[in-house]
Design a protein around this ligand. Structure first.
Ligand code: ZN
Length: 264
């Protein structure tokens, strides 16, 4: 159990997932691209590479260290009672996903955090590369929140690693622009987040955007009343109103965007 092996597996999931879903997008695209896929991929992957380097160099070891520390010192909710390791791993994944669901809502509600998250939402098409499109500052505050969550729930170290991998794959899948058989997507939707669910969250329509916040499980949106279904997928207009000009969405615009006038 060395960190190097875990890091290699995680990086493998990221790039393997990107390539896998890209191939599916090319074979069974959800719809035609409204703008150049190559230009969007260049912007999104540039942000993605910056984020992955920061995450691997700074964040990954902090998450592991925190999880080992709370386990050794018996800190956090899950360490209050005796339970088998497998149950602690499942609890870690479920609780972490629940807290990231609430964090996502806060990111949309708190204007300062939305300034950074809107970089992600300004993508005019949504495909697997959109999952990489985050401002570095958002990765910083998501990471700080993740470390606090691990401390609060007393997360299991292996549980944290499995959560990271499942979260990554779910995140890549829900952004991917692939056309899936409706019945399979609806079946998956009962428990998890398929592309059709997350596509609604990327709508320019504020009432649609303020729904479907889940990352791994769709049950949180069901329980807390933020689930939206039944939207005509073919008519969803992606992006953020006020950021609809492609030529103003190049990489330097995206990096500077949080410091420009607020847009809802
Ligand atoms: Zn969002």
């Amino acid at each position: 159990m060395t960190n190097i092996n875990f890091d290699v597996i995680k990086i493998g999931f990221v790039f393997g997932g990107l390539v896998f879903f890209l191939i599916l997008e090319l074979i069974v695209p959800y719809r035609e691209n409204s703008i150049s896929k190559i230009r969007r991929w260049m912007n999104n992957l540039t942000l993605g590479i910056i984020n992955i380097i920061f995450y691997q160099v700074v964040v990954a070891s902090l998450l592991v260290t925190t999880a080992f520390f709370v386990t050794k010192e018996n800190i956090g909710l899950l360490n209050l009672v005796e339970m088998p390791t497998w149950l602690k791993i499942i609890d870690t994944i479920v609780f972490m996903d629940l807290m990231f669901y609430f964090l996502h809502i806060l990111i949309h509600r708190i204007p300062l955090l939305w300034r950074f998250h809107r970089v992600h939402h300004t993508d005019l098409d949504v495909d697997v590369s959109t999952a990489m499109r985050f401002h570095l500052v958002e990765i910083v505050f998501r990471s700080l929140a993740g470390i606090s969550m691990i401390y609060f729930i007393g997360a299991d170290p292996l549980g944290v690693f499995i959560f990271e991998c499942v979260f990554l794959l779910s995140f890549l899948f829900q952004h991917s622009g692939i056309r899936l058989p409706r019945q399979i997507e609806n079946l998956y939707w009962i428990l998890f987040v398929p592309p059709a669910m997350h596509r609604i969250h990327h709508s320019v329509d504020l009432e649609e955007r303020n729904t479907n916040f889940g990352a791994i499980f769709s049950i949180w949106d069901r329980i807390f009343g933020t689930l939206l279904t039944g939207v005509n997928q073919d008519q969803i207009w992606m992006g953020v109103d006020g950021h609809i000009q492609e030529k103003k969405l190049e990489i330097y615009h995206l990096l500077w965007m949080p410091f420009t006038p607020a847009v809802k």
